[in-house]
Design a protein around this ligand. Structure first.
Ligand SMILES: [Zn+2]
Length: 301
């Protein structure tokens, strides 16, 4: 009996150990996965809000990215980095929009665009809904130049008209201090080496490298003059930039199809893109955000 009893206790201990081991393992697995609002149930959200009031909203676009990359490139970039941040911090990601402000790319088919005021309203109303449940700290992870104005407007509106706090943590944010461009990347701004590299890391199945070709960049006389002068007077770069990435109707010669033969804005060859270069930027940008979130978590709610 004693022996049997001892055996039975050992058996119980063994079973409990197994349960504990796999239970811990399953939890650890969960901790390493990103939290996406659409993949959670309302009870998950209720549980989440007991310990955290933070949310990340990725901002990207659906716009042409050359003949070799998908229209959703900016969305996948913003989402990819947000997921990485979520996996490391446990902060929920709430994707709201697939499109951004991209009308100046509409000379290439498939590009979608929302007016800045439409985007601002949609994002603000989304934030208001999230506030109802207890979300109080909003982070926007933007990875599309055309969205900067909207992002700063919605952040200002949240900070100045509600009890919540909003900040930018993606491209252009003061927390992002990394430099990822390499020497051979000349004026590599859109769908060039940088972005192709990021997509080779994030969504390699959607990149068609055999179609990646150096674009022919064309500047009209005014843009050419400003470019030349800005080499000597860098402050004129501001005017040069104000003329680019604008709708064709403005007659400034700065719409995407007026500047680039195939939609890529770069003086370099996108074939030089590498997965390693992309990984460095994706992980680098995510790390700055993780560092910031961990610091913010420690402050008073
Ligand atoms: Zn892009």
């Amino acid at each position: 009996m004693i022996r049997n009893g001892a055996f039975s206790s050992i058996k119980h201990l063994f079973v409990i150990t197994i349960i504990l081991f796999f239970g811990t393992f399953a939890f650890a697995q969960k901790q390493g996965n990103p939290l996406i609002l659409q993949e959670m149930s309302w009870t998950d959200v209720e549980e989440y809000l007991k310990t955290c009031d933070m949310v990340i909203i990725p901002l990207g676009s659906t716009e042409q990215h050359g003949p070799h990359m998908p229209l959703g490139t900016d969305y996948y970039e913003a989402m990819g980095m947000s997921k990485l941040i979520s996996a490391r911090t446990g902060v929920v990601v709430a994707p709201v929009l697939l499109a951004g402000y991209s009308v100046y790319h509409s000379g290439f088919p498939g590009t979608l665009s929302l007016k800045p005021e439409t985007m601002e309203q949609v994002l603000f109303e989304t934030a208001e809904m999230l506030m109802k449940y207890g979300f109080k700290r909003f982070m926007f992870f933007n990875y599309h130049g055309g969205n900067y104005v909207v992002e700063s407007k919605v952040i200002h509106r949240i900070n100045h008209t509600t009890e919540a706090i909003a900040v930018a943590i993606g491209a252009g944010s003061p927390i992002q201090r990394g430099r990822y461009q390499e020497k051979h990347e000349v004026q590599d701004e859109h769908a060039g080496i940088g972005e192709t590299s990021m997509m080779l890391y994030l969504k390699p199945g959607l990149v068609k490298m055999e179609r990646a070709k150096k674009s022919k960049m064309t500047y009209n006389e005014k843009l050419q003059e400003l470019w030349m002068l800005s080499q000597k007077h860098p402050e004129l770069g501001m005017v040069f930039n104000a003329l680019r990435g604008v709708p064709v109707e403005t007659k400034k010669g700065g719409a995407s199809h007026e500047l680039s033969s195939n939609g890529i804005w770069s003086l370099s060859d996108p074939k030089m893109a590498t997965k390693e270069r992309g990984e460095k930027q994706v992980k680098g940008m995510a790390s700055y955000a993780v560092k910031f979130i961990e610091a913010w978590k420690k402050t008073k709610k």
